[in-house]
Design a protein around this ligand. Structure first.
Ligand SMILES: [Zn+2]
Length: 356
């Protein structure tokens, strides 16, 4: 020790160290963040901190007095570190309490963005349109409110025909009706264009029916092909191509004799059941889709009646043609194995979201 320097007062030094711990405790009581507390801790215990400054005097003390001062320094350090730990723990607890006080039900499902889907009827309509567009057909539409002439007379359906009965058809003001099928689109097209014609006409039609298998409005798709020398074989080939594309390859088509006023001959069209491949058996039991018959009914078809050509000014000696029609809701029921037709119109998003 140099003679010029006075030895520090040990008691004063110990008192200063003890007071530092108390001062620190007061200081951090007002601090609200961990960062502020850590900065305060550094101001006391850091290399240039207040405790370190006091400890510089330690070297000037006589050796026998150093332990007491060292002990006071350790006490101050321990006290400051203890105060830091206590204060940080209190902050953590306050954060946790704030989190718990917030009303959060963690069992609720996460809120994702609910994207819409195309309606199954739209999916089926687009798919069928696509199949016929590929064959060179064009898509045509027409108005829902029609003349009786377009809807019935021009389609060889005389005024006394049962289909014109008040029970089946919706009549609107001005002697017009809600079209009962999409066939008026055929009439409108042939009235405005010369043959050849190759169109499909999708759209809603209206009949006074309402039960599990009928709705007063339902979507149909019709097709019409008119040209020179069109035969029944062309009709069957077209239907076969459609069934292969829509339901699956290698499925047969069956035409059963039927009657429609606007076609002659006329046929009901069956496709071999795609679920049981026409066997009627699925997993050793009667197939649920075709009810064991091996066939599913998909629509009606036939060769265009000469009277229809006469009504639109075509020469039935010069051209021939075929027409076919199907219910789009029936096609969707078959394709997606939906049991109740009304599901398509109830707008239950849990039902609709299944079709992506
Ligand atoms: Zn089947």
């Amino acid at each position: 020790m140099s003679s010029g320097e006075q030895a520090p007062n040990v008691a004063a030094l110990i008192g200063d160290l003890d007071r530092l711990a108390g001062a620190f405790a007061d200081e951090i009581g007002a601090l609200a963040t961990e960062q502020e507390i850590r900065l305060a801790q550094a101001r006391y215990l850091g290399k240039k901190g207040r405790v370190s400054e006091l400890m510089k005097a330690l070297g000037r003390l006589p050796p026998e007095e150093r332990p007491a001062v060292g002990e006071a320094a350790n006490r101050a350090k321990a006290s400051i570190e203890g105060a830091v730990a206590t204060r940080l723990a209190a902050l953590d607890e306050a954060d946790l309490a704030a989190d718990l006080a917030r009303v959060v039900d963690v069992t609720l499902p996460a809120r994702g963005a609910a994207l819409g889907t195309l309606h199954p009827l739209t999916l089926v309509r687009r798919e069928i349109e696509g199949i016929f567009l590929g064959l060179g057909f064009e898509v045509r539409t027409g108005p829902w409110v029609e003349t009786e002439w377009n809807n019935f007379d021009a389609l060889n359906t005389p005024p006394d025909h049962p289909a014109r009965d008040m029970q089946d058809t919706f009549f609107v003001e001005g002697g017009r009706i809600l079209r009962s099928h999409t066939s008026p689109v055929q009439i409108r097209t042939m009235l405005s264009e010369p043959p050849p014609i190759r169109i499909v006409a999708p759209g809603n039609v209206f009949r006074r029916d309402d039960d599990a298998t009928h709705t007063p409005m339902f979507p149909q798709m019709e097709g019409l092909l008119v040209d020179k020398g069109v035969s029944f074989a062309d009709l069957k080939g077209t239907l076969l191509y459609f069934v292969h594309r829509f339901f699956g390859p290698n499925l047969g088509v069956r035409l059963r004799p039927s009657y429609f006023p606007f076609t002659e001959p006329s046929a009901e069209v069956d496709a071999a059941c795609y679920l049981c491949a026409g066997s009627g058996l699925s997993a050793g039991r009667s197939c649920r889709l075709c009810k064991g018959s091996g066939w599913i009914e998909i629509g009606g078809a036939g060769m265009v009646h000469p009277n229809v050509f006469r009504a639109v000014g075509y020469d039935p000696q010069a051209v021939s043609g075929f027409a076919f029609g199907m219910g789009l809701s029936r096609m969707a029921m078959l394709k997606f194995e939906v049991d109740d037709l009304r599901s398509f119109y109830e707008h239950d998003v849990r039902f609709l979201a299944q079709f992506r």
